[in-house]
Design a protein around this ligand. Sequence first.
Ligand SMILES: C[S@@+](CC[C@H](N)C(=O)[O-])C[C@H]1O[C@@H](n2cnc3c(N)ncnc32)[C@H](O)[C@@H]1O
Length: 185
Amino acid sequence: MNTIASNISDELEKTQHEFWNISHQTAEFISMLIKISKVKNVLEIGTSNGYSTLWIADALKDAGVGGHLNTIEFYEKRQSIARENIEKAGLSDFVTFRQGRALDIISDLDFIPDMIFIDANKSEYIQYFDTFKDKLQKGSIILADNVVSHAAKVSNFLDEIKNDTRYQSQVLDLPAGLLMALKVM
Ligand SMILES: C[S@@+](CC[C@H](N)C(=O)[O-])C[C@H]1O[C@@H](n2cnc3c(N)ncnc32)[C@H](O)[C@@H]1O
């Protein structure tokens, strides 16, 4: 991570609980996964103030394969803070911000992601998955945060993805619990 992005990340970690950001460990894991997998079209559902956005955009830049992130946030104020953070880090070329209700935006997307990071309304996780489960190409990755910390709210989503034979999945032992699923057929 470049020094400016790293300094912004350190600053944002001071208000992590206020903005419901992913843990530092989860951010490191997602960053490594992006660099290994060389994904090109990442979709983030739940931007908040842009902490995870910063890590994803930085990893896409580092991967050097022309990858881009689209990120969705309902609240204009949070999105404008995120936009400022990404501009300060010099990563604006790697991010498109989309403001509005996630379900409205994803039903009308003009591209098919090859990685989706789900971190918005927990009771909608299943609907986010239902929107994409048939459309994703083999080799695409789905990540979902809070599957342990909010287990009751996401149990229908977890059951569905685990029972879908087209997806191989595992809950990783990271703070809050991160589900990783790979479309294998
Ligand atoms: C857990 S926070 C995201 C944290 C961010 N991924 C990070 O780690 O820095 C969830 C965000 O999703 C937004 N959100 C919740 N439900 C949403 C919805 N239905 N559509 C769009 N955004 C939503 C909230 O406003 C909140 O800012």
